[in-house]
Design a protein around this ligand. Structure first.
Ligand code: NAD
Length: 320
């Protein structure tokens, strides 16, 4: 029987590599495409030996060609953490705009269904809480995060235009903070920063007074939500994230309890346009996809900590 074929852009990144694993497990032929600007081959090297896995080293903001049939395209290529997109704002805008346009064109030519990775950042610093999909957001287009937020908003608009105008089958997932193994240790986001600092015995950096909240979704839960959305018949945006909310200060305490580190904090000024609160309303995902998160923070952090320990500590320190 011929296998269904899926193209995953950003396939060497954190989320893309977990999606490659999932589609391989489900029996697909997986084509990962990545220019490795923030990703790493280490995340997918275990797949290289497989007959039904291919890797293309390519920048999707340039013309994209893939030989053969495609059933699905998942567009996950984009710098995702502020530290990355502040360094490469123009590539970030290009991959959300030109990259998305190229891939929508490819999906149309191949008759493939396309799912795009949008983000909770389309809500900006939200004025409603928690955020439902019909909230239009509070985004500063000319602020430091504008390059990412507006690229993703444009990406959604372009995807909807292909759906409305060309009848293309499209899906839009709005992803909230996700964590797990293969996150980069130094990507600047709070969870890898706290874990790395706690494992090294350094003070944890808290921006502002730590009263801002975040909600963290474990990667396996996110992948399940994306898989269900792709196979659903719903084309409007769907939030996928974990609504369990925690203040940054409480989260620092939680990380120290988990790692056995003493709580030491280094307070730093709050970055511009940093959202105060973030929490997904997942009613739609529950009703449409029968999806909700299954892995709680205690379990997810335990699994992520193992990965970070291997990356940060020497074998002797790991066994200590
Ligand atoms: P990541 O940086 O680990 O992965 C992104 C991948 O895209 C990298 O491998 C990078 O090399 C690749 N890439 C970037 N520009 C490219 C280009 N022009 N051509 C080809 N490849 C390119 O980030 P991630 O956390 O895995 O995020 C993946 C997607 O999910 C992104 O679109 C991001 O906006 C979205 N997202 C992630 C989160 C999260 O919590 N991780 C939250 C919301 C949305």
């Amino acid at each position: 029987m011929t296998k269904k074929r899926v193209l995953i852009t950003g396939g060497a990144g954190f989320l893309g590599s977990h999606l490659c694993d999932r589609f391989i497990k489900e029996g697909y032929h997986v084509i990962a495409m990545d220019n490795l600007i923030t990703g790493s081959l280490e995340n997918i090297e275990h797949l290289f030996k497989l007959e039904h896995f291919e890797f293309y080293h390519h920048d999707v903001s340039k013309f994209v060609h893939v030989p053969g049939h495609l059933d699905y395209i998942l567009h996950f290529a984009s710098p995702a953490s502020p530290i990355d997109y502040l360094k490469i704002p123009i590539q970030t805008l290009k991959v959300g705009s030109l990259g998305t346009h190229n891939l929508l064109g490819l999906a149309k030519a191949k008759g493939a269904r396309m799912l795009i990775a949008s983000t909770s950042e389309v809500y900006g610093d939200p004025l409603v809480h928690p955020q439902q999909e019909d909230y239009w957001g509070n985004v500063n287009p000319v602020g430091p995060r504008g390059c990412y937020d507006e690229a993703k908003r444009f990406q959604e608009a372009m995807t909807m235009a292909y759906h409305m105008h060309h009848g293309l089958e499209t899906r839009i997932v709005r992803i909230f903070n996700t964590y797990g193994p293969r996150m980069r240790l130094n990507d600047g986001r709070v969870l890898p920063a706290f874990l790395s600092q706690a494992l090294r015995g350094e003070p944890l950096s808290i921006f502002g007074d730590g009263s801002q909240t975040r909600s963290f979704c474990y990667v396996d839960d996110l992948v399940e939500g994306i898989y269900r959305l792709l196979l659903s018949d719903y084309h409007l945006p769907v939030n996928v994230g974990n609504p369990s909310e925690i203040t940054i200060r409480e989260f620092a305490e939680e990380i120290c309890r988990l790692t056995g580190a003493e709580l030491k904090v280094d307070y730093q000024p709050l970055p511009k346009d940093d959202p105060q609160q973030r929490q997904p309303d997942i009613t739609k995902a529950k009703e449409l996809l029968g999806w909700e998160p299954r892995v709680d923070r205690a379990e997810g952090l335990k699994r992520t900590l193992e990965y970070f320990r291997e990356k940060i500590l020497t074998p002797a320190e790991q066994n200590a």
